[in-house]
Design a binder for this molecule. Structure first.
Ligand SMILES: Nc1nc2c(ncn2[C@@H]2O[C@H](COP(=O)(O)OP(=O)(O)OP(=O)(O)O)[C@@H](O)[C@H]2O)c(=O)[nH]1
Ligand SMILES: [Zn+2]
Length: 293
């Protein structure tokens, strides 16, 4: 028996890495009956029955899992936003942050295209960068135009499994290519005619970036809050989470309730108004969701 990690799933095979060798494995027949679906990122035990082939005998318990992309044991999610084209969008950033916080995955914020921002735009971005850092988020702001300038990012990936998320056109593929030129993930520069085709493949692979692994397919393509309950939403905002239990009423949704510690913190400028407004707009979205039977 050998221990390894699934780094790729394709056509019924799992590619399991152990030390520096990759073994092409199948899952045990009984997995299907038991409803066990190995995922990329899973730590497994396997038996080798050919020099480079084997059978997975056991899937170890997972720390977490995502369905889009299908990856287990994720350490962090890199949310890619761009300075311009498309314009930096804090509402969308907060949407990604909430979805990632909800999964108990550590978010990291990357802002690309620093080279393309005007002086005026840079001032605004500096302010946002400062404010998101104050909340406790790790923020990096850079350009992928010169790969040599972003090698310092390697450290962030070291010994971690990361997924990348972000709206179309922000530079996710350009970033991965800059960090690992052997990947050649197509970017919009060279594959305009392929349109949306490039990320529709269903297989996922963990690719090496620095001394870490990154899923080559972006995550969170569906950005709805269907899984999230009203009561859980504030926990997905770190600056609200840290004030948990301080409101007068138990179960306070920080909306119309009196003596609300969150609204007081907003008034005192301790919570940014736009963050609170985004909270209210997400809360409204969850409240108006049709019940599912
Ligand atoms: N000026 C500038 N342009 C960039 C930078 N990073 C990416 N771009 C450009 O932005 C466009 C979109 O980049 P992609 O890497 O394809 O973006 P993506 O997020 O992978 O987009 P989707 O595949 O649609 O999700 C391309 O024309 C890139 O050349 C940057 O740091 N600076
Ligand atoms: Zn409250």
């Amino acid at each position: 028996m050998t221990e390894g990690q699934i780094i790729k799933a394709l056509s019924g095979f799992y590619y399991v890495r152990a030390e520096d060798t990759v073994y092409r494995c199948r899952g045990r027949g009984v997995f299907r009956k038991k409803g066990i679906h190995p995922l990329v990122g899973d730590y497994v035990n396997f038996d080798i029955n050919d020099p480079n082939e084997g059978y997975i005998t056991e899937v170890k318990p997972r720390k977490n899992e995502l369905m889009r992309p299908p990856v287990a044991n994720i350490d962090q999610a890199i949310i890619v936003s761009s300075s311009v084209k498309p314009e930096f969008n804090p509402l969308l950033l907060d949407r990604f942050l909430v979805l990632i916080e909800y999964k108990s995955i550590k978010p990291i914020i990357f802002i690309t295209k620093a080279d393309a921002a005007s002086t005026e735009e840079k001032k605004i971005l500096e302010k946002y960068q400062k404010e998101y850092k104050q909340i406790g988020y790790h923020v990096e702001w850079f350009s992928t135009r010169d790969p040599k300038e972003i090698t310092y990012l390697f450290d962030l990936f070291k010994n971690k499994i990361s997924v990348v998320a972000g709206q179309s056109g922000v530079g996710k593929s350009s970033l991965l290519n800059a960090l690992n030129p052997s990947l050649f993930i197509k970017t919009d520069d060279i594959s305009e005619s392929l349109g949306r085709g490039k990320h529709t493949t269903r297989h996922v692979e963990l690719v090496e970036v620095g001394d870490g692994l990154v899923a080559d397919t972006p995550g969170f393509s569906s950005l709805d809050f269907n899984e999230i309950n009203m009561q859980d939403l504030a926990d997905c905002f770190p600056e609200m989470r840290s004030r948990k239990g301080k409101c007068k009423f138990r179960g306070c949704l920080h909306d119309r309730e009196p003596k609300c510690a969150i609204k007081e913190a907003v008034e005192l400028g301790k919570i940014k108004t736009y963050r609170y407004e985004h909270y209210l707009s997400f809360l409204n979205e969850i409240q108006s969701r049709k019940p599912r039977y």
